[in-house]
Design a protein around this ligand. Structure first.
Ligand SMILES: O=C(O)CCC(=O)C(=O)O
Length: 274
């Protein structure tokens, strides 16, 4: 046992669990050691350098449209890396994150999707618009979610750390979201406006730490004004029932799923209740 980890298990404190329930997110220190991060970063960078092949729009820019030249990407987004690199399945991060999801959300949680989000140096436009994750997803009876966001690099105010609007997860309705650029066929990102009373909490975290958020809390992030990268590795856990329903609908979180699937599942329906 070292620090907060015991092999595959990471021990979540009562305070962290309470913060997650009340505010919709929490900061977890030391989920991975520097050596474990260094090991994952080797494969991570192979994805960024396109040494591991990724299909179509699953390699894209979250800050630009699908037509942007990869040389100019601001937020390199790799969807479903474990699909394209099966050797990653069951890695130490996946195992610890599964234990965290169970402690925060209860039994019956499973990995829904994984994702890499790397902000490139000196990219003021590497901005993640304000959003609630549920706006991207089909509605299901059991919406429990724990989305782990692992800092591969130190994540700072200047390189575009996560920012949350605490307790927005308790609002009765999802906020209205719209595509950030054109339509869903041109880019994937959805956004919603900040309201005057929204109190934003920037959440800088160290390499090896995670934030974890639920499906309803509003969050986003700013540009990267530094000379370094801001690499993050996301694992989203949802209930087994939800993942089964999503797959039956043809919804896999791949950007290649197509606009017809998104339309069919009613993603971005402003009338959806909370
Ligand atoms: O990486 C970011 O800046 C935003 C990620 C995010 O919104 C998410 O994982 O839900």
């Amino acid at each position: 046992m070292s620090g907060r980890t015991d092999g595959d298990r990471y021990l979540v404190t009562d305070d962290e669990r309470e913060h997650f329930t009340e505010h919709g997110y929490a900061h977890l220190h030391g989920v991975l050691s520097p050596a474990e991060i260094a090991d994952l970063a080797v494969t991570y960078d192979r994805f960024l350098h396109r040494e591991i092949e990724v299909e179509g729009k699953d390699y894209c820019d979250m800050a630009g449209d699908y037509g942007r030249d990869p040389e100019d990407f601001s937020i390199i987004n790799v969807m479903l890396p474990r699909k394209y690199h099966p050797e990653w399945r069951g890695n130490v991060y996946e195992r610890r994150a599964a234990s965290i999801a169970e402690q925060l959300c209860g039994p019956g949680m499973t990995l829904d999707y994984d994702q890499l989000l790397a902000k490139q140096p000196h990219k003021d436009d590497a901005v993640f618009a304000w959003h609630q994750d549920m706006a991207y997803w089909p509605d299901t009876p059991d919406t429990r979610t724990a989305t782990l966001w692992l800092a591969v690099d130190d994540s700072t105010l200047d390189n575009g750390c996560m920012r949350f609007v605490p307790a927005t997860n308790h609002e009765k309705r999802l906020r209205p979201h719209e595509p950030v650029l054109g339509g869903r066929g041109e880019s994937h990102a959805l956004g919603t406006d900040l309201l005057e009373d929204d109190a934003v909490v920037p959440t800088p975290i160290s390499s090896g730490d995670c934030t974890v958020h639920n499906e309803r809390v509003m969050h986003g992030s700013g540009g990267n004004t530094t000379a370094g990268r801001r690499r993050a590795y996301v694992l989203a856990f949802r209930s087994e029932e939800t993942v089964r329903i999503e797959r039956e609908l043809g919804f896999s979180h791949s950007h290649n799923d197509g606009a017809d699937v998104l339309d069919a599942v009613g993603v971005v329906d402003e009338s959806r209740p909370g």
